[in-house]
Design a protein around this ligand. Structure first.
Ligand code: FES
Ligand code: FES
Length: 178
């Protein structure tokens, strides 16, 4: 049957094998086939960011990613962010600074935040002022930069100020801004 494929997904360090419809999204495979329901389905068409996961360290909206396209990649969902039940600093900061209210957007916000911190640490050009020359010193992560980079993650509760504060705090404490 050409419309189905065997797919191996490496998710949070565990390999799952599924026989999936070629059109199955990564989000549905994660939630319904792997039972990892932390990634949320807000809109199912790439508009809200609630389904954001990391694929080989880069964030993707899993509702617009085919499960077959993630074959062989390392997928990290919110369930896999904390190692050995120890929260990441950004997770701890979200809790302490009230970076969530209902929590629906939070798995996507957290995956995005982890990626933003890594993007910044890797010296990616600013999303706010992308035209500065590459010789310019690394622009510190500031609130505008965090808002721009996380603009794909909507929060209907309006927890944005606390989310931005949490990401900035971690950037400071981890020296990502140094
Ligand atoms: Fe994927 Fe909204 S559910 S972007
Ligand atoms: Fe409710 Fe963001 S905390 S949608």
């Amino acid at each position: 049957d050409d419309s189905r494929s065997e797919v191996s997904l490496h998710v949070n360090g565990t390999t799952h094998r599924f026989d999936v419809d070629n059109r199955r999204t990564l989000l549905d495979a994660l939630r319904e086939d792997a039972g990892l329901v932390g990634s949320k389905k807000g809109c199912d068409f790439g508009q809200c960011g609630a389904c954001t996961v990391l694929v080989d360290g880069r964030r993707v909206v899993s509702c617009l990613t085919l499960a077959v396209a993630a074959e062989g990649a390392e997928v990290t969902t919110v369930e896999g962010l904390a190692a050995d039940d120890e929260l990441l600093p950004v997770q701890e900061a979200f809790v302490r600074l009230d970076g969530l209210q209902c929590g629906f957007c939070t798995p996507g916000q957290l995956c995005s935040a982890v990626a933003v911190l890594a993007e910044h640490a890797a010296g990616w050009p600013s999303a706010v002022t992308p035209d500065v020359s590459p010789d310019q010193p690394h622009r510190p992560l500031d609130a505008d930069e965090v808002r721009e980079r996380m603009s794909g993650n909507l929060c209907r509760c309006g927890a944005y100020p606390s989310i931005v504060r949490a990401v900035l705090e971690v950037a400071e404490s981890e020296g990502v801004n140094g």
